[in-house]
Design a protein around this ligand. Structure first.
Ligand SMILES: Nc1nc2c(c(=O)[nH]1)N[C@H]1C(S)=C(S)[C@@H](COP(=O)(O)OP(=O)(O)OC[C@H]3O[C@@H](n4cnc5c(=O)[nH]c(N)nc54)[C@H](O)[C@@H]3O)O[C@H]1N2
Ligand SMILES: Nc1nc2c(c(=O)[nH]1)N[C@H]1C(S)=C(S)[C@@H](COP(=O)(O)OP(=O)(O)OC[C@H]3O[C@@H](n4cnc5c(=O)[nH]c(N)nc54)[C@H](O)[C@@H]3O)O[C@H]1N2
Ligand code: SF4
Ligand SMILES: [Mo]
Length: 730
């Protein structure tokens, strides 16, 4: 505790107040200092690293963005894409004016209008819908910015106040979050700070060279210190090829591998009996479940050798300290929640938590004392309205196409999209595109660019970027809370999401004062200042220091302290039992697999995954020319055996298809993909791909076992060469 407080004091003293006192989001450009100045900011993107940025501004324009050397997680280093931030911020295609549709729905033709006109138009269309059936209004947003203010603050208050339908924001992390909630009681785990002291790191369903470069830097430090790195991934990713060992299991079989490890750990007594006795619940039941997962059975399920299962368990059970970097790649099949739960049991069986470099890290977001109730104000929901209608965002295609049922699920008539690009990122594009294409759907999109989704807007509103607005951040890959003040004035007429929702509320004549609070007021309310993890700091400390490290012990779960109902790590989950679900983790095969659906697998024998591209952040940055040039074009990696069986040669254009649709991509014939696996690139803008489609043309809207998450990687396909004469027209 003491040491951590000291870190905080250090960062307080290192940053003089004057340098930090700069414009708030409402300031006009003329009042900004026009000489070259360096401002501190926070990377807003959906990435665990949440870096501190140093933005150099010249004549009101951002000219460079660098990693802040003083911020311990950032260590002065940024990823390539955010190093190109000025190129994105001052991109010639930035939206700078409100616009209204003049073409056919989805055609993407607009004409500029003024802000007041835009707000009136929205009020005119949406006002009568709210009066008749507020649940016909739906927000759709995700983590385009992870900021607490420009995410769900005024926006959430607005949708609460009008009694709109709610969005279940499940597209990314919900299965893993449910696994951690039921096992540990929240999104908590080991701290990344001491990773370099680990002796063994299992990088499980994770590709940190692409998705979390700062974690990878620490893992390499551990490697240099003599640690063993093991990648568990069906694909030889950039990360897997740099690990000592790569276990290329079949996709969606991680639950079986973890239960097989538990089987061996228990059979060979490689467990910490004291930790199990003092801090866990249901060890006996878990042992019974794991008994069925012999190394031979697991080997068969996972498509690996039985010796690999045994050796991995022995390595894990005999090394101290051991860290597991669990990530999202292994959660995107039907059994992803149970698999994450099975893996989450491992460090509690071996007592890995006792050491500060041991345990499991999936997300640290649960530590941050965010004041969600103050920001989102669920109390504003109309009284007596009963339980709100909730739409799972992964099934947005079906939700928009549903005819509607007046009593329970009224037809969606108005949609507000912000911080997301669903037409590109949501599964089952054919349905998503058809849904967004409904002529009778009124769609408002708040964006930086005219994305695939913006093409379908009726009213398209220009939003500010992180360099232009105020925000407060927590991270899911470290334990700092951070403040972002604007470095430049809004580009064009763009406004922060908060200001836009205030404007919409005003045009609708809503009188609730909470809808009109300023960003500064919201920022002050964004954290629970009385939480002991903030160690007595208040808003003025954050304002001055720009970041505060949460006052956590080095090894937060060394002596238990799980946040479950029992206060223990729940191998046997009472919450799941209460919900009538299996209280123990199990292996649940992918819904699209030979194991679960042999007829489907006979028609579509290849499993497709489509993990993120290194130079994009989901679909953000796809329109930054230099980054798109690095990614070149949509690709699909296929094993040489699978390629030759289909007459596919390296570099050829192929069709990837299933019953949901088809896309074209350039084949890369490579043994990086294990046999039976194809790997497509995510998440291309449809309109920037030669065939106007991306991998989500093939993915399904089915949900995971726990958390209702997306199943992007539970997707069977077939691949075929495209004949040369057809290829020319692609
Ligand atoms: N550069 C960059 N960084 C990003 C993003 C980005 O788009 N670009 N996106 C951000 C976001 S929103 C997220 S959620 C994270 C995602 O990043 P990660 O959590 O790392 O997840 P993925 O990249 O989806 O998958 C990681 C690895 O899991 C493997 N994998 C796929 N299926 C399975 C499986 O069934 N089992 C196992 N064991 N492995 C499997 C994939 O081959 C891949 O190499 O990255 C964030 N960081
Ligand atoms: N096939 C396939 N599909 C996937 C995935 C995959 O691995 N494979 N990954 C999934 C995952 S993990 C995720 S998290 C989702 C991500 O899906 P999204 O959350 O939709 O992420 P992005 O595609 O980055 O789109 C974010 C948009 O928000 C905008 N934006 C950023 N900041 C602001 C702001 O302050 N105001 C406004 N109004 N707009 C802003 C950006 O310009 C960008 O267009 O995609 C999912 N889809
Ligand atoms: S995307 Fe991630 S690694 Fe890149 S600057 Fe942002 S937080 Fe840092
Ligand atoms: Mo994500």
């Amino acid at each position: 505790m003491r040491r951590l407080s000291l870190t905080r004091r250090l960062s307080l003293t290192r940053r003089p107040r004057q340098r930090l006192r700069i414009a708030n989001q409402n300031i006009m450009s003329s009042t900004l200092d026009r000489s070259k100045t360096v401002f501190t900011a926070v990377c807003p993107h959906d990435c665990p690293d949440t870096c501190a940025l140093q933005v150099s501004v010249e004549n009101g324009r951002a000219v460079s963005v660098k990693g802040d050397p003083d911020h311990p997680p950032t260590q002065g280093v940024l990823c390539t894409k955010v190093s190109r931030y000025p190129e994105r911020t001052h991109h010639p295609e930035r939206l700078t004016q409100p616009m209204r549709r003049i073409g056919r729905k989805g055609e993407g033709r607009f004409e500029p209008i003024g802000w007041e006109q835009a707000f009136s138009l929205i009020a005119e269309k949406v006002g009568p819908i709210i009066a008749r059936e507020p649940r016909a209004v739906l927000p759709y947003s995700f983590a385009g910015t992870m900021g607490l203010l420009q995410g769900e603050s005024i926006a959430a208050r607005f949708f609460n106040a009008i009694g709109a339908s709610q969005l279940d924001r499940t597209i990314c992390a919900a299965a893993g979050a449910a696994a951690l909630r039921t096992t540990y009681g929240g999104s908590i785990g080991m701290l990344p700070d001491f990773l370099a002291e680990s002796r063994l790191i299992l990088i499980w369903g994770s590709n940190p060279i692409t998705s979390s470069v700062h974690f990878w830097a620490r893992a390499q430090e551990a490697k240099r210190n003599g640690a063993t790195l093991v990648a568990i991934d069906p694909y030889r990713s950039l990360t897997a090829e740099k690990c000592h060992q790569h276990i290329a299991l079949k996709p969606g079989t991680d639950g079986a591998l973890a239960l097989g490890m538990i089987h061996v750990l228990l059979a060979e007594g490689l467990v910490d009996d004291d930790y199990i006795r003092d801090h866990t619940l249901g060890a006996r039941e878990l042992a019974k479940r794991a008994a069925a997962f012999t190394p031979e059975r697991v080997a068969d399920i996972c498509g690996i050798a039985a010796e690999t299962v045994v050796a991995l368990a022995r390595l894990y059970g005999t090394t101290t300290p051991t860290a597991i970097r669990l990530n999202y790649g292994m959660q995107r099949t039907y059994g992803g929640g149970n698999a994450a739960r099975a893996i989450a049991c491992l460090p509690s069986l071996t007592g890995a938590w006792r050491h500060r470099a041991g345990g499991l890290l999936l997300s640290t977001s649960g530590y941050a004392p965010v004041n969600g109730a103050a920001l989102e104000r669920p109390d504003l929901r109309p009284r007596g309205a009963g339980k709100p209608r909730v739409v799972n965002m992964n099934a947005i295609g079906d939700a928009l196409l549903a005819p509607g049922d007046a009593s329970s699920d009224p037809r969606i008539e108005a949609l507000f999209v912000y911080n997301s690009n669903p037409v590109a990122v949501a599964p089952d594009s054919a349905k998503v595109v058809a849904g967004f294409g409904r002529e009778d759907l009124f769609t408002v999109v708040l964006e930086h660019f005219q994305t695939d989704t913006a093409d379908f807007a009726d009213v398209l509103l220009p939003a500010t970027t992180q360099l232009e607005h105020l925000d407060v951040h927590r991270a899911y890959g470290h334990t700092y809370v951070m403040l972002n003040r604007p470095a430049i004035a809004p580009v064009g007429e763009s406004r922060p999401n908060t200001a836009i929702f205030r404007g919409i509320a005003g045009a609708l004549g809503l009188t609730e004062p909470a809808l009109y609070e300023s960003d500064e007021d919201l920022a002050r309310q964004s954290l629970r200042w009385d939480d002991p993890l903030l160690d007595g700091c208040d808003w003025s400390d954050l304002d001055r220091a720009r970041w505060l490290r949460l006052a956590l012990p080095d090894a937060p779960l060394a002596n238990g302290g799980f946040r479950t109902p029992s206060g223990r790590c729940e191998f046997w989950s009472s919450a799941l039992a209460d919900a009538g679900l299996d209280p123990l983790p199990d292996y649940l095969p992918p819904r699209e697999s030979a194991e679960f659906d042999p007829p489907l697998a006979a028609r579509y024998p290849l499993a497709m995954i489509s993990p993120p591209a290194r130079n994009f952040l989901n679909s953000t940055f796809v329109n930054v020319d230099s980054l798109r040039a690095s990614e070149r074009e949509p690709r699909v990696d296929i094993h040489p055996g699978d390629a030759s069986a289909r007459g596919i040669v390296d570099g050829q254009t192929v069709r990837v298809f299933n019953d949901r649709g088809e896309m074209r991509a350039r084949a890369r014939v490579t043994d990086r993909a294990r046999p039976g696996l194809v790997v497509g690139t995510s998440i291309w803008w449809r309109k920037l791909a030669s065939d106007g489609r991306n991998a989500n043309q093939l993915t399904s809207q089915a949900l995971t076992d726990l958390g209702g998450s997306a199943t992007f990687y539970d997707c069977l396909v077939e691949v075929a060469p495209v004949a040369a004469e057809i290829e020319e027209t692609v």
